[in-house]
Design a protein. Structure first.
Length: 86
């Protein structure tokens, strides 16, 4: 018995895929998740210490549809005759 294949149909994206649109969507998402409610920590010892310094930072990177998810790499062999194969 042979497997049957279903053809896949692709269509154009209906939303823009660029840095501005993904940044806007991210801002809207974080705005809905913001809260002024107090947060309870399981272990407040570090935060309650009088000499404790809390360092906080936020990082963001724009979505790039064509960016690689892994580092670019290649394998090459260098031969004694001066040639290389990549």
């Amino acid at each position: 018995m042979f497997a049957s294949f279903t053809p896949i149909g692709w269509s154009a994206a209906t939303l823009p895929v660029d840095a501005e649109s993904t940044s806007t969507l991210s801002d809207r998402l974080h705005a809905t998740q913001s809260t002024d409610a107090p947060r309870d920590h399981i272990d407040d010892g570090v935060f309650a210490a009088p000499d404790a310094n809390v360092v906080a930072a936020g990082y963001s990177v724009s979505f790039v549809a064509h960016a690689c998810m892994e580092p670019m790499n290649a394998t090459a062999i260098l031969r004694d005759d001066g040639t290389a194969e990549v």
